[in-house]
Design a protein around this ligand. Structure first.
Ligand SMILES: *[C@@H]1O[C@H](CO)[C@@H](O)[C@H](O)[C@H]1NC(C)=O
Ligand SMILES: *[C@@H]1O[C@H](CO)[C@@H](O)[C@H](O)[C@H]1NC(C)=O
Ligand SMILES: *[C@@H]1O[C@H](CO)[C@@H](O)[C@H](O)[C@H]1NC(C)=O
Ligand SMILES: *[C@@H]1O[C@H](CO)[C@@H](O)[C@H](O)[C@H]1NC(C)=O
Ligand SMILES: *[C@@H]1O[C@H](CO)[C@@H](O)[C@H](O)[C@H]1NC(C)=O
Ligand SMILES: *[C@@H]1O[C@H](CO)[C@@H](O)[C@H](O)[C@H]1NC(C)=O
Ligand SMILES: *[C@@H]1O[C@H](CO)[C@@H](O)[C@H](O)[C@H]1NC(C)=O
Ligand SMILES: *[C@@H]1O[C@H](CO)[C@@H](O)[C@H](O)[C@H]1NC(C)=O
Ligand SMILES: *[C@@H]1O[C@H](CO)[C@@H](O)[C@H](O)[C@H]1NC(C)=O
Ligand SMILES: *[C@@H]1O[C@H](CO)[C@@H](O)[C@H](O)[C@H]1NC(C)=O
Ligand SMILES: *[C@@H]1O[C@H](CO)[C@@H](O)[C@H](O)[C@H]1NC(C)=O
Ligand SMILES: *[C@@H]1O[C@H](CO)[C@@H](O)[C@H](O)[C@H]1NC(C)=O
Length: 761
């Protein structure tokens, strides 16, 4: 129980500080042992400190409310210190007082629960959201595990009640699903399980309808196009307004996955076909069937058909990272999306008995403020044995960075110990909401502060504050270790993945009744909103953005929209240095992890130049892949296309040159790429090439300036790479950026040069 004193003294002095001084609430952490003798109590000490920082010129009476630098609370148990309303200057003065440990501004977090829209700089007052009217009347087809239609994220408040004329889909009746569950937000719901049922003739499919019994499809649909829902959080974390990337777009849901019998690509193919026939604008596919040649990859085949009909296809890159060559859905007629972090931190604050505060990570789902002895025993600090932990209780155990966090917290949860402090830098912890016991993860960097306190104090104790959310965490974005890396095994001539989008602990709608959190191993909690991670979550962000762009540019082809997203992506994180790779211990990420960079919706709507491609262009590329005529037709599904103009060189907005041993030139990897760019900016303009050559390569661009006389004019250029494979530079990276003379647009393409196809080194 914390003793809280409301400080009343200042109310006696009828002064008001000048309104020009901005004050905020700060929480000040103090070393209580350093209290000078002159004070009768800590409370007097703290209030004396606050009084001492008042400066005379601030005490002016202007009527109205009393707002002096003001002590708000003193804290004696939960932690040591006080909170006060202070200006920045007053805080500075306070810092020189004896006993001062640290201060931070108090945060009342009212933010976007799907904070990723804010992280994407989508603003209701300017940029892509208002330009696209929030995706109004676009239809996003989500092919996943179905939908929980009663979720508040799919109510149709504020939606146009008339369906777009092109819409031909239905709301299909089924088990626990009738047509009245569709509305002006959820305009379609259909299910596909004939293939999986055929494979299991003796078993009945359960939940034979579009209803989602796993939560995954509901989550993904909510990210792409969920409506606004206030007052949402994941057990107190990330509290705020939930909303999708395209909150006014309509959803057509195709349940093709998540059956009790498993899933089949044939059902997915049927779902994609139906979505295209129904008239969706964008298809969102957060699923894959592993690695296979293009002519056996039913997603690639179905996506080809969608692209042919002008439907944009957004795909998850897979969660098979961080090894090279594991990217799934890596074909060029779809956008392959990698997963990164956003600038949000779910925190637990560890408050040591000496007043020192350590901010760590927790997602423990219940608010509990504990004030307990810290237990640090070398013999059991690996926390790797329930047996050894069994003799201890009523304290917070410190678990050292030995062994797996998941195992450690499991052992502590099975013990009588009240809580744990886990020392770990394992970045996988911040991808998962699994936190079944009170506790906090602190970094190895902060561990000495904790351990020196424990070792120097005869009765070390601490408290932990839960359910805190911090924004502005740095560095962000960073690519998640589990996000699949290129190059694409099925399409090595295309650099994959294409782009990075938010995919770590994204909060979105969920099917109720599913396990979303635990207290001890045996208490299971469920919630209508869940925080989960993966490229399944990054893909629908890109789907929503594609819908927003298409609503502004309805005449753009899928390739043009994809190009706009890729060439405007950014490469610097919020510390202004290169986006980091969590799998490389936070070294710079390469295009094989993040493609062109992080998606930037407001820039993507106005890219300046685009790399366009027609269905025939993709056929010409497929023709170069040494497939048989039958294999080619399997992909194109039509004999209307011919292979007369076979080329490895698709007009793609990125470059990859892989040495395949058949160069003929011996030690040289030489490649020439032909590209055509279309001016989608207004009128007369000139762009100049800015080349960053990969190490060890000699690269030229010709011509190195492109002048356009009018909108939609096309210009060609070539990019030539020469690389001596015996110079041992390994896989190298560069870029070509077309910079408009006016400075208004930059159009960037990453370059990857690899002296080996396997990239195992
Ligand atoms: C609603 O959608 C219909 C069909 O697309 C369209 O004709 C109408 O203009 C839309 N209404 C509003 C208010 O946007
Ligand atoms: C559809 O299902 C809902 C909820 O189960 C129910 O309230 C409603 O009466 C049903 N409507 C029809 C037409 O069957
Ligand atoms: C499948 O459903 C049918 C019709 O409801 C029922 O007759 C049959 O017994 C069920 N089969 C199994 C294996 O549950
Ligand atoms: C650790 O184990 C050893 C051997 O069992 C024992 O002598 C020692 O007292 C233990 N240390 C602590 C801190 O419990
Ligand atoms: C626990 O970890 C310690 C330190 O790594 C090790 O010595 C011990 O054998 C481990 N015990 C078990 C049960 O795994
Ligand atoms: C192309 O396919 C033929 C026949 O399948 C095969 O002999 C040849 O080696 C292949 N060429 C390449 C470059 O893979
Ligand atoms: C093939 O071309 C014919 C004639 O141009 C056209 O009628 C038919 O729809 C095309 N088939 C496909 C699958 O595109
Ligand atoms: C192939 O290229 C030639 C000349 O460049 C052109 O005339 C012909 O139309 C092209 N064929 C196809 C199928 O694109
Ligand atoms: C590759 O490029 C290098 C440098 O431009 C050149 O010397 C060499 O002849 C080229 N090799 C082939 C096979 O074209
Ligand atoms: C290029 O090579 C130099 C020297 O080996 C190295 O210092 C530099 O980091 C490399 N640059 C890139 C982009 O790999
Ligand atoms: C640009 O390249 C395309 C395709 O290679 C070709 O058809 C076209 O004639 C070229 N345009 C110019 C101006 O060279
Ligand atoms: C560049 O942008 C500015 C501001 O939007 C605009 O006034 C100017 O006309 C643009 N210049 C060109 C060449 O498009």
């Amino acid at each position: 129980m914390a003793f809280v004193f409301l400080f009343a003294l200042l109310l006696l002095s009828p002064h008001v500080y000048s309104s020009s001084v901005d004050r905020s609430v700060y929480i000040i952490h103090m070393d209580k042992s350093l209290m000078p003798n002159v004070f009768a109590s800590h409370h007097h000490w703290y209030s004396g400190m606050v009084d001492s920082v008042k400066s005379a010129d601030q005490i002016v009476s202007s009527g109205g409310r009393y707002r002096l630098p003001e002590l708000i609370y003193s804290y004696h148990h939960a932690f040591h210190g006080f909170s006060a309303m202070l200006s920045e200057d007053e805080l500075e003065n306070l810092k020189s007082s004896p006993g001062f440990v640290s201060a931070h501004r108090d945060r009342e977090v009212t933010i976007d629960t799907t904070h990723s829209t804010e992280f994407l700089n989508l603003s209701p007052v300017s940029g892509l959201w208002p330009l696209s009217e929030f995706g109004k009347d676009m239809i996003i087809g989500v092919l996943d595990t179905g939908i929980w239609p009663e979720s508040p994220s799919f109510i149709d408040d504020g939606m146009n009640k008339t369906n777009p004329v092109k819409w031909k889909g239905i709301c299909q009746e089924g088990q626990e699903f009738n047509t009245s569950l569709c509305n002006a937000k959820l305009i379609g719901a259909q299910y596909f399980n004939r293939a999986v049922s055929a494979d299991n003739p003796d078993v009945n499919v359960s939940m034979n309808s579009a209803r989602d019994t796993t939560g995954h499809g509901t989550h993904v649909a909510g990210i792409a196009a969920g409506n606004y829902v206030e007052d949402v959080s994941f057990f107190g974390y990330g509290h705020g307004i939930a909303k999708g990337v395209a909150p006014r777009a309509k959803l057509a849901v195709y349940k093709v996955n998540g059956w009790n019998l498993g899933s089949r690509a044939a059902d997915v193919l049927a779902g994609i076909d139906k979505a295209v026939a129904d008239g969706v604008d964008v298809i969102s596919l957060s699923l894959n069937f592993g690695l296979s040649p293009l002519y056996e990859d039913l997603i690639a085949i179905a996506a080809f058909g969608a692209m042919e009909k002008g439907v944009f296809v957004s795909l998850s890159a897979g969660n098979r990272g961080p090894d090279f060559g594991e990217v799934t859905n890596g074909f060029p007629w779809g956008l392959t999306v990698a997963a990164g972090t956003i600038d949000r931190w779910f925190s637990g604050t560890l408050l040591l008995g000496n007043g020192v505060e350590i901010i760590g990570w927790t997602m423990y789902p219940v608010n509990a403020i504990i004030n307990l002895p810290l237990l640090y025993n070398k013999n059991i600090s690996a926390c790797n044995s329930t047996e050894l932990l069994s003799g201890f209780s009523n304290s917070i155990i410190i678990c050292e960075d030995i062994g797996s966090f998941r195992e450690q917290i499991g052992n502590v949860a099975r013990s009588e110990l009240e809580a744990g402090v886990f020392i770990s830098d394992d970045e996988s912890i911040i991808r998962s909401s699994y936190f079944p016991h009170p506790g906090v993860v602190i970094s190895n960097k902060d561990a000495p502060t904790l351990l020196s306190y424990v070792e120097s104090s005869s009765f070390p104790d601490a408290s932990i504050k839960f359910q805190q959310t911090f924004l502005g965490t740095k560095p962000a974005p960073a690519v998640s270790s589990s996000s699949s890396r290129g190059p694409s095994a099925s399409s090595p001539g295309t650099l994959k993945p294409d782009i990075l989008a938010p995919g770590v602990l994204i909060i979105s709608a969920y099917a109720p009744g599913q396990a979303t959190a635990y207290i001890r191993p045996n208490v299971v909690l469920s919630s209508d909103y869940n925080a989960i991670s993966g490229t399944s979550m990054s893909c629908p962000h890109a789907s929503g953005i594609a819908a927003l762009i298409k609503s502004v540019h309805p005449d753009w082809s899928p390739a043009a929209i994809q190009s706009a997203m890729m060439t405007t992506a950014y490469q610097l994180d919020n510390t202004q240095s290169l986006i980091k790779d969590m799998a490389l211990n936070y070294e710079a990420a390469t295009p094989l992890a993040i493609g062109s960079g992080h998606i930037d919706p407001n820039r993507a709507v106005d890219p300046g130049l685009i790399y366009d491609a027609t269905p025939q262009d993709y056929v010409d590329y497929i023709c170069s892949m040494n497939f048989t005529q039958t294999e080619i037709q399997t992909i194109t599904r039509s004999s209307n296309y011919t292979c007369r103009n076979s080329t490895t060189d698709l007009n793609y907005p990125s470059f990859i040159a892989v040495y395949d041993g058949n160069e003929g030139g011996g030690t040289w990897l030489n490649r020439t790429f032909y590209r055509t760019v279309t001016n989608v900016g207004d009128g007369v303009t000139t762009y100049e090439a800015n080349l960053m050559s990969p190490n060890g390569s000699f690269v030229t661009v010709s011509p190195n300036a492109l002048t356009f006389e009018r909108k939609y004019e096309k210009k060609n250029y070539t990019l030539s790479i020469s690389y001596r494979i015996d110079e041992n530079f390994g896989v190298t990276y560069g870029s070509l950026t077309w910079v408009e003379n006016s400075g208004n647009h930059t159009v960037r393409s990453p370059i990857v040069v690899s002296p080996t196809a396997s990239l195992d080194d």
